[in-house]
Design a protein around this ligand. Structure first.
Ligand code: IMP
Length: 208
């Protein structure tokens, strides 16, 4: 089954393509297919935003589409930056990690979690499918390491004492929020060989 990835991020494309290949999914890179398509994220949840993106891409490309929306939720900040993680302050990733460390200065509670929601919009009448993955951890006192992107240098996942940026892609791709959501999606596709919708209900079938 061919699915277009509603994203211009080549790293995400590579990670998702490899993760979904064992389920018989051939993932196409949206940016290559329709370079000019840009969808505004006007939703108020990760699920709404990923659905918006997947719908727009499925319509424009005329095929099933997968979109993701993700963010960092910090307990002491009431869940901020959340769905606004990419734009909570303007500037670079370093400006945003700087903002976060400033907000948490002197605070003891440094609990946080990454969230990633993946939504697939199918062609035909099947209902969209959405899975969410979480990765709990703590916010470091200062940035450490240089692999990855976004808040990776200040996020220390549970069970580790290094940041995502120090741990590197190999470990991150096993334990991250996105990796967990991808694994769930892969399992759904592998376990159930057909999707369809009847009376507005998404039907999964096991076996042929
Ligand atoms: P989007 O889902 O591509 O819109 O990303 C939302 C924002 O959340 C990114 O720009 C990052 O700031 C942050 N984010 C999401 N996932 C990660 C991650 O795995 N590492 C670091 N930052 C992330």
């Amino acid at each position: 089954m061919k699915i277009v990835l509603a994203s211009g991020n080549a790293n995400k494309y590579k990670e998702m393509k490899e993760a979904l290949a064992p389920a018989g999914i051939e993932l196409l890179f949206g940016k290559e297919l329709i370079p000019e398509l840009d969808v505004e994220e006007t939703g108020s949840t990760y699920a709404e935003n990923s659905l918006l993106k997947a719908r727009a891409w499925a319509e424009a490309a005329g095929m099933s589409a997968l979109a993701d929306d993700s963010g960092l939720e910090v307990e002491a900040l009431g869940g901020l930056p959340g769905i606004n993680s990419a734009r909570i302050v303007s500037g670079s990733d370093a400006d945003r990690t700087g903002w976060l460390l400033g907000e948490l200065k002197g605070r003891e509670n440094r609990n946080a979690r990454f969230v990633a929601c993946l939504t697939v919009v199918f062609t035909g009448s099947a209902q969209p499918l959405s899975v969410t993955g979480y990765c709990g951890g703590k916010i470091a006192e200062e940035p450490r390491g240089d692999s990855g992107f976004g808040y990776d240098p200040v996020f220390i996942p549970d069970g580790y004492d290094k940041s995502f940026a120090e741990l590197g892609a190999e470990i991150k791709e096993k334990i991250s929020h996105r990796a967990k959501a991808l694994a769930a999606l892969r399992q759904l596709f592998m376990r159930f060989n057909r999707t369809e919708s009847k009376g507005g209900v998404q039907i999964f079938r096991a076996g042929k």
